[in-house]
Structure formats: C-alpha cells, structure tokens
Design a protein around this ligand. Structure first.
Ligand code: ATP
Length: 240
C-alpha cells in the first residue's frame, strides 16, 4: 500500500532521514517510534507531500506521490497540534471541510457521536481546551473514511475515557483493512493496538518488525520493555 524506497531528506547538512526503505500494507497498525528528533514527523510529512525529499521514492497503491496528487484524499491525518481558523466555531470548521471534500460519498461520523461533539460545536476553536481540540482533530481524520490513517501523538491531552474510545476506533478500522500509522511517546497507549513497529534513530531505520517478533526476540511482553531492549541492542534492519 505504501512503499518507501531509499528515502533521504536533509535540512542543510543535517540528515533527518537517511536511506529509509519500508513497505506497509493494509490491515497493519504501525507504531512509528524513536527518540525526539529521530525523524518520525519528517517521515510522516514526506508521505503527506509536505516535505520534499532529495532522494528516494514514495509509492501509494503503486503510484508515485510526486505525480499523483489525488492520493491525499485517501489519507486521514491527525497532526500533533491541530491548527484551525481560530475565530470559527467547531460546527463551521466541520461544515467548511465537508464542503471542500465534495468528492466524498461516505462520511464516518462515529467519533463525532462518541465524543459528543454536538455538545460543544457552538464554541469557537480558540476557546477549546487542548483535549477538546484533539477530539476535533480525531473526528476530522476519520470523517472522510480514508484508507490510510496517520495519527501523530493522537492520545496526547485526551482524558482516559476519550483515549479508550479513540483506541477502540483505531483497532476496528485496522480490522476493516485500513492502514494506520501512529507516533506516540506513550507506549502503554500503543500496546493493545500495534501490529508492527518502525523504530527510527538519527534518521535511520533501526527496525521494522511485527510486535510478536519483537516480543519473542526480546523476551518481553510489554511494548515499553520491548522498546527499551531494542534501544539497547540497536539491531539494524535490512529485511523490509
Ligand atoms: N524544517 C526543518 N528545518 C530544519 N530542521 C528540521 C526541520 N524539520 C525537522 N528538522 C530537524 O530534523 C530532525 C528530525 O525532526 P522530526 O520532527 O522529524 O523528529 P521527531 O522524531 O518527529 O521528533 P519528536 O519525537 O520530538 O516529535 C530534528 O533534528 C529536527 O530539528
């Protein structure tokens, strides 16, 4: 579904991504992990076409993203910090985005209901709490039933109940054959939902493995312990 080959991105002399190769398929929930500054957001932005790499290719469903822009309509993106027109109400933001996406035939409004958006949709974006803003971002990421979901720190700021609602939604969308990519530093939030781990360090791909493989090779059952072990062994992956 997403094939990344020899992706390299530098900011001046600094290599943020260094020869990344990955092949991600539908039905996977891929946790994109690594220390601060390891290149996770740069990788996500490269897939979204917001960062232009100097080397390498990204193909989505067999099409090069540099020449086929319509792939973006198949991606739902939840940014780390959602930026919206601050003087619009929540209701207006939803209406505006629905109007932009006239091509969309099927709306997924489940999160809108489960987060009880109608209770706060009259509020202006600038007056929302951080967690409520996250709920709006989550609802928008899922709203147009995309095949690929890219969620950057999705549970940050959400209360425990809302966090469980979102994780449940992610699991069911994966079961429906969607590809979900998630970054988070809260590994306990990823434990139940991750099928594969991509681990980056200094812009390099250290590991791309299933959670089961990692649990077996490290002897640990919790993702945070697995990742701690991975950081210590620094196994290099050339088998993608
Ligand atoms: N526009 C830019 N200009 C210069 N350097 C950049 C730019 N964007 C990212 N970088 C650098 O590239 C490196 C990777 O950044 P990136 O945001 O991808 O890391 P990350 O793994 O997402 O980090 P975090 O976990 O802190 O969110 C960092 O050293 C960052 O400073």
């Amino acid at each position: 579904m997403i094939r990344i080959t020899h992706l390299t991105k530098s900011f001046k002399k600094f290599k943020a991504l260094d020869d990344i190769c990955l092949h991600l398929e539908r039905g996977q929930t891929v946790s994109l992990l690594g220390p601060n500054g390891s290149g996770k957001t740069t990788l996500i932005k490269s897939i979204l076409g917001l960062v232009i790499p100097e080397k390498g290719d990204i193909n989505i469903n067999g099409q090069d993203i540099r020449t086929h822009w319509d792939y973006r309509s198949k991606i739902g993106y939840m940014p780390q910090i959602g930026r919206y027109p601050e003087n619009m109400s929540v209701r207006q933001v939803f209406a505006m985005l629905r109007a932009v996406r006239k091509d969309c035939q099927h709306f997924d409004e489940e999160l809108i209901q489960r987060f009880n958006v109608p209770a706060f949709e009259h509020k202006l974006m600038r007056n929302l709490s951080g967690g409520t803003r996250q709920k709006v971002s989550a609802c928008l990421a899922f709203l147009f039933s995309p095949d690929i979901l890219i969620l950057d720190e999705p549970t940050a700021g959400l209360d425990p109940v809302s966090s469980e609602i979102l994780k449940d939604k992610i699991s069911r969308e994966r079961a429906n054959g969607k590809l979900v990519m998630i970054t988070s530093h809260v590994l306990s939030d990823l434990d139940d939902i991750t099928s594969h781990v991509v681990y980056l360090q200094d812009g390099k791909l250290v590991c791309f493995k299933t959670v089961e493989e990692l649990k077996k090779s490290t002897g640990f059952h919790q993702l945070n312990k697995v990742i701690a072990a991975l950081m210590q062994t620094n196994v290099h992956e050339d088998n993608y």
